[in-house]
Design a protein around this ligand. Structure first.
Ligand SMILES: [Zn+2]
Length: 284
């Protein structure tokens, strides 16, 4: 069912849980995510990146995403993840996305502010929420590689929030996108200070591969949206690989597809339980 991004995040903050935000790259991943959320009665954020949308076809993705929102028995937020292209972001807004993220975090502060304000103005006019990022979460994000990792500066975060009126703010606090090459080192004090400095919900990106105990600690400090992409990609790929290796003569896409759905569902359930969002679908 349809719901409001910011409203859900504020409810989560009060309730001491985080809403899992999962990326999907194909229909099997989408089905695994929705089945997990429905089984665990959890609200969920269903995310598409630009490159995933271009892979599936922008119009197919819009239709699939909207159907998932409409047919699901739990609150589902359809979210445009890591938008770099403002025209595509506007297209997502026009086509019924509930929230969009603009990622201008690699650009200078003033430009990040200016571009975010532009997106906020357009989105709010259409009743759509906006997430933006301050500081820079490095790693591999949506086919873009970035080796720089710049922790969010708290003064910048406060100023950015004030100037842009965003609905959620992604911060760089020790996580990275993609597969971790070194151990993630979460900056808990920084997370705590930023959460306490504003009403605006705070988001953690690059959370695949981060020990669940660390994510739980971040939720206790007030993180309300946690992005998971890679962990579901890995679950999906491993399931297909295993099925094909086991069934040497197998060729039925529905069979290895089902294995993928089940594996993604299992991986999603693990996060839902850890984020404490299970049984929160009717928490309003
Ligand atoms: Zn991200």
């Amino acid at each position: 069912m349809k719901t409001n991004f910011k409203k859900e995040l504020l409810i989560a903050k009060k309730g001491g849980y985080a809403i899992p935000a999962f990326n999907f790259d194909n229909m099997e991943m989408l089905k695994g995510i929705i089945e997990a959320a429905e089984e665990k009665k959890s609200p969920v954020i269903l995310m598409v990146t630009e490159s995933a949308a271009l892979y599936m076809g922008v119009d197919y993705v819009f239709s699939l995403g909207r159907k998932a929102v409409e047919l699901s028995s739990v609150p589902v937020i359809l979210h445009w993840d890591h938008g770099f292209d403002i025209d595509l972001i506007k297209r997502a807004i026009d086509s019924g996305f509930d929230s969009v993220m603009l990622d201008s975090s690699a650009k200078p502060f003033a430009i990040n502010v200016e571009e975010t304000k532009k997106v906020v103005e357009y989105a709010h006019k259409h009743g759509v929420c906006v997430e933006s990022e301050i500081g820079h979460v490095g790693g591999k994000e949506d086919d873009r590689e970035s080796n720089s990792q710049q922790y969010t500066n708290i003064k910048d975060a406060i100023e950015f929030n004030k100037q842009t009126n965003v609905d959620a703010l992604a911060i760089a606090a020790g996580t990275a996108h993609g597969i971790y090459k070194t151990k993630p080192d979460l900056q808990f004090k920084l997370i705590e200070d930023i959460v306490e400095s504003m009403e605006t919900p705070i988001v953690l990106h690059g959370s695949s591969g981060v020990p669940l105990i660390d994510l739980k600690k971040a939720i206790k400090l007030g993180i309300t949206k946690i992005n998971i992409g890679t962990d579901l990609k890995v679950a999906n790929a491993n399931a297909v690989r295993e099925w094909l290796v086991t069934n040497k003569d197998g060729y039925d896409a529905r069979k290895f597809g089902k294995a993928a759905i089940d594996a993604v569902k299992l991986a999603a359930i693990e996060k839902i339980v850890a984020f404490n969002s299970q049984d929160k679908a009717n928490n309003r």
